[in-house]
Design a protein around this ligand. Structure first.
Ligand code: BGC
Length: 351
């Protein structure tokens, strides 16, 4: 804990003021040099989905630049493991704990325990319900859903027909983002009079469950003009399953995260659009906030959100829709992906 650092400085001052001998001064200086850095514990759901490695790398490097040390743990999708990791961070007397929660409803007691121990807690990307976290920082997830909805509503099949139906293959209910995205998406479907044929929720964000749905529900799939996929990883599995039935590019698909494979499909014509979330900005901002909270300073969050029991400080960054025609501007120019990677499978595009 930083308290040790403060104590070391106090010790040095005391020794200087009392005019102690050179040997003792040296000992005290060494204590300052090995001054404890701010300690941040970070528990991830998993690194299976492409984006999270970027989130981690940028968070860790920003925190480091700001003089903090980050202990990163991966819970591999196991909520018990995530609780154990948070308990470990509490035992280690971390200054701040940052959590990408696996289940928005299962962490309130362990978070309360951390808070009672004087540790600041940040819910990163996903809200932790009924936990009174010190900050929830994410993207505007409802807007993500609205953007996906607009992608679906604006789709015209190669035959020039508009969209009448959609299938929703979402992430799990346990992730609070899923209902926020769903809210934005359903609102656009309602407004546009598009029929939602069916909705499924892939437990643990397992894309293979969405692919299995496509294999097992031929009737629903045949009726669908479009499929809303909870993220691009699900879209990858779904498009692969559609391709086996020669339906890839015929049924319009949307996702989120701007995964490389999704960007490739967009320029190839087998995915309508994705929603790009600048995760570098999120990770950078979150690291700055973590360090501020660790120092007892304000984060500057201007909004509040209801976590089910408490109003908690909330910051939401803006997502951006990505179609074929703004791919270069949004994805390539920002350096999110390389042009040669995105256009890898488009003959002539790189000449
Ligand atoms: C995030 C998505 C991500 C998904 C699976 C959601 O909470 O908002 O960006 O694809 O989790 O990891």
């Amino acid at each position: 804990m930083m308290k040790k650092a403060v104590f070391s400085i106090f010790l040095l001052l005391l020794l200087l003021l009392t005019g102690c001998g050179a040997g003792e001064e040296q000992v005290a200086e060494e204590a300052v040099e090995t001054e404890d850095k701010m300690q941040i514990g970070m528990s991830f759901d998993s690194f299976v989905i492409e984006r999270w490695q970027r989130d981690r790398d940028v968070f860790v490097s920003t925190a480091k630049e700001l003089g903090a040390e980050v202990n990163v743990q991966n819970a591999n999708g196991d909520i018990e493991e995530q609780i154990a990791q948070i308990e470990y961070f509490i035992d280690k007397e971390m200054d701040v704990i940052v959590i990408i929660c696996i289940d928005s409803d299962s962490l309130s007691s362990v978070v309360q325990k951390a808070k009672n121990a004087g540790i600041k807690v940040i819910a990163y990307d996903r809200l932790i319900k009924n936990a009174d976290v010190d900050l929830y920082i994410s993207f505007d997830n409802e807007m993500v859903g609205t953007m996906m909805g607009e992608g679906i509503a604006g789709y015209e099949s190669s035959g020039g027909e508009g969209v009448e139906t959609v299938l929703m293959l979402c992430g799990p209910h346990a992730d609070n983002n899923v209902s926020m995205v769903e809210k934005g998406f359903r609102e656009v479907m309602r407004r546009e009079g598009i029929e939602i044929i069916d909705t499924m929720y892939a437990d643990g964000w397992k894309a293979e469950l969405a692919a299995a749905y496509v294999y097992e529900h031929a009737d629903a799939v045949n009726r669908a003009d479009t499929i809303m996929c909870g993220n691009d990883d699900i879209a990858t599995a779904v498009v692969r399953a559609l391709a086996e039935r020669r339906l890839a590019g015929k049924i319009g698909v949307v996702g989120q995260d701007a995964d490389l494979a999704a960007c490739q499909r967009i320029v190839q014509g087998t995915q309508i659009m994705t929603v790009y979330k600048p995760v570098e900005k999120l990770a950078q901002k979150a690291a700055q906030c973590a360090v501020a909270l660790g120092k007892g300073e304000e984060t500057g969050a201007e909004n509040m959100i209801d976590d089910g029991s408490y109003e908690v400080p909330y910051m939401a960054l803006s997502p951006i829709s990505v179609y074929r025609d703004n791919m270069d501007e949004v994805i390539i120019n920002s350096g999110f992906h390389l042009k040669e990677d995105v256009y890898l499978n488009v003959p002539g595009a790189l000449e």
